[in-house]
Design a protein around this ligand. Structure first.
Ligand code: DAH
Length: 347
């Protein structure tokens, strides 16, 4: 007699139909109990293996069918098929339910709360000096001026010589700068752009020249070895000091607003004659110097090849930092160059 396979042990050859029925009922009860607590996909899969798997009750019972008397096999088959069908569809429902719960649990766990504030990215903005520079350019462009620029690395000729600041001129001391090589320096002001532009075109000339300048100054609240200027130059037939005054009035009103008084104070620049400082104040405030200005010296006009008898001109140079400090009440020029975001983000 050959040994029966282990899986056939559940139903003995002698088992009768009613006994099989009782077994089926037992399996149903067991299913009812076991399936009640299966909630997650792994639990449902364990159930499937236990009841419908290769060694599960239903499969082994089917294998044992052939050991039943032939006349009982059909009825036994129907019983088993019914049981298998019930369990299979119950499993399917459980599987679906477990999957739904898993998805819901994931959704709940991964839920985005759209009411939370987003992650904040700082938006960049223009540096206050850039804002002021552009604003001043705009004011003069509306008055018909073009914007010109020149090199920051200048020759001695353009920075000094052509502006009537000879090698021995005492004004050089005030403008001592960074010399890169013999006759080459970081420009000390934007005035050399006047020369470059006039040399490149006949009059009339109507320009503003913004740019970076350098002086060998130790940094303190009002000095920085790097700073910015805006130069203005208007050369044409018939210009007088009155035109300069008118242009300045327009500028002061546009940039600082109404209510400002303006006055000239005598000054000296080698390249202008007469030369003046321009002061402004909002009464009862103090007078503040905002720029140097003057009528272009005839010697400078002659130097660039213009006819000093035929055209006259005026010019000024203002400090961009100074304008920004007055505009916003900033008391230390170094703040512009320290790049502290707490300072910069206020403008
Ligand atoms: N270049 C002068 C400076 O840096 C400022 C200046 C004065 C410019 C008079 C001018 C001017 O164009 O006419 O101090």
């Amino acid at each position: 007699m050959c040994p029966r396979p282990a899986r056939a042990r559940i139903i003995q050859p002698a088992m009768m139909l009613d006994e099989l029925q009782a077994r089926c009922e037992a399996v149903r009860r067991e299913w009812a109990q076991a399936s009640a607590s299966a909630r997650d996909p792994a639990g449902v899969e364990a159930l499937r293996i236990k009841f419908l798997g290769r060694k599960g009750f239903v499969t082994t019972a089917f294998a044992a069918l052939r050991t039943l008397p032939p006349e009982e096999r059909a009825a036994a088959g129907r019983l088993l098929n019914a049981l298998k069908g019930e369990i299979a569809s119950a499993l399917e429902a459980l599987q679906a339910e477990a999957e739904r719960e898993t998805v819901e649990a994931r959704l709940a766990a991964e839920r985005y709360d759209l009411t939370l504030p987003g992650s904040w990215r700082p938006v960049g903005r223009l540096h206050p000096l850039t804002q002021v520079r552009r604003e001043i350019e705009d004011i003069f462009m509306k008055l018909g001026f073009d914007v010109a620029s020149g090199p920051e690395l200048e020759t001695d000729y353009y920075n000094f010589e052509a502006l009537a600041i000879g090698a021995d001129h005492p004004a050089r001391d005030e403008w001592d700068s960074f010399y890169i090589a013999d006759g080459l320096l970081l420009r000390t002001h934007t005035s050399p752009v006047q020369i470059r532009v006039m040399k490149s075109q006949p009059p009339p000339v109507r320009i503003v020249c913004p740019g970076r300048c350098y002086r060998r100054d130790n940094p303190d609240a009002t000095h920085s070895p790097v700073f910015h200027q805006i130069e203005l130059l208007w050369v044409e037939k018939g210009l007088t000091f009155a035109h300069l005054k008118w242009i300045l009035r327009e500028f002061v009103t546009e940039f600082f607003g109404p209510g400002y008084e303006m006055r000239f104070a005598a000054d000296f620049f080698p390249f202008t004659e007469p030369s003046a400082q321009v002061h402004i104040r909002k009464p009862p405030g103090e007078w503040l110097e905002i720029m140097g200005a003057g009528m272009v010296d005839p010697a400078v006009l002659a130097e660039v090849g213009y006819d000093p008898e035929g055209v006259t001109g005026f010019a000024f140079g203002l400090g961009v930092e100074r304008m920004a400090m007055l505009r916003w009440g900033i008391e230390d020029i170094r703040l512009f160059f320290q790049n502290d975001i707490r300072f910069l983000s206020q403008f």
